[in-house]
Write a protein that binds this ligand. Sequence first.
Ligand code: GDP
Ligand code: GDP
Length: 439
Amino acid sequence: MSEQTGPLPVVAVVGRPNVGKSTLVNRVLGRRAAVVQDTPGVTRDRIAYEALWNGKRFTVVDTGGWDPRASGLGASITRQAQYAMDTADVIVFVVDSQVGATDTDLAAARILRRSDRPVIPVANKVDDERSEANASELWSLGLGEPQPVSALHGRGSGDLLDLILDALPEAPREQEDEEGGPRRVALVGRPNVGKSSLLNRVARDERSVVDSVAGTTVDPVDSIVTLGGEEWRFVDTAGLRRKVNTASGMEYYASLRTEAAIQAAEVAVVLLAADEVVSEQDQRVITQVVEAGRALVIAFNKWDTLDEDRRLQLEREIERDLARVRWASRVNVSAKTGRGVDKLAQHLREALASWETRVPTAELNAYVRTLVQETPPPARGGRAPKVKYVTQADVRPPRFVVFSTGFLEAGYRRFLERKIRERWGFHGTPIEISVKVRE
Ligand code: GDP
Ligand code: GDP
């Protein structure tokens, strides 16, 4: 038994609520559970524990918590899956074998199939031999052999732990692992805006269609296309290639699919139809991209149909309906004629560059100090908060933290965002400004 030093490999446990994740984590940990507070990337809604099995130490992250920003179960689960893929060395995907694979499970599985880390599908609640048949049904997840386990009674948990240990790497993955390969693009939008037409247009030079699970019969998931002299990975294009019907009841499924594509991507192209007004459904897709913190390109399709009147009218509509994402990169295209399609690559590059921009702290503070002197935060209850310090805590997307002696109102935060954008652009990416109150 060797003494392990340095960061431990990370095992992430993902799955819908109530499938038994916490029970399984407790089972894995036995009684020696210790909450680890300072594991990188672990935020308040995720709990990390240190575990020991057969002399090997590792960290278990229970991703069971609810993401308060997520707008529903589907969004929450896709976020969990993506988080696990970004940070874990091994992913344990728990499904309730008594319920079987739900649409949400299948959506999560579709994301996890893309993982370059091992994913172990667990069929939980197999409490006795009779229930083992339920476990076999979970082959449908397309993730290989489901491991039958009863987290509650301990059945199969030793075998599962052995499998986890086998899958653990010698050294944990590096943080901020750059994946390399083509940049990942989600092509999203409501039905009939022209997504499949545009995909067909850009995929004319398609080199290959990628499928991460060899030997299965699932649809090819992603498409690699050449655009503007560069390869791009259009994620989750299976549904665009072979249109599934959009009858009622499919809408929930379609929105999960959109969320999954956005989560898997670095930049999203939201396609709008230039011959129609921006609808509520269009707005929802834009909101999904912004909330997921992905770079955003808005492409107005069907530009070939516009006459001069409609063009002017559209400008006014954009001013009115898309003011909140004025920062988005915008391009006009026609999937039908091919107009503007070449320019798309340029917009994708610009949005991604903004998404990854890091402003040096000294420069940021010098700028904000001047701003705050010229326009101090308004006083509330007699005392005006003082801004002490600003730092950019993160990229992809850029996140800023303002340290201040009191809370800064939304209006003032928007003012700061506007000014920061004026100075550094951040064209094509959402940015986030949060406030930490320090006396
Ligand atoms: P989580 O939301 O995924 O963390 O799920 P929990 O661990 O809180 O479990 C949800 C419910 O399923 C609880 O009532 C558990 O007792 C139950 N449960 C968990 N594992 C098993 C199991 O292996 N068999 C059975 N029958 N119930 C289980
Ligand atoms: P999806 O549901 O978003 O995948 O949309 P489709 O690609 O199926 O397109 C919906 C309809 O719009 C089809 O009838 C297309 O032929 C038409 N369409 C798509 N792109 C264009 C375009 O650039 N110009 C015109 N005039 N029609 C388009």
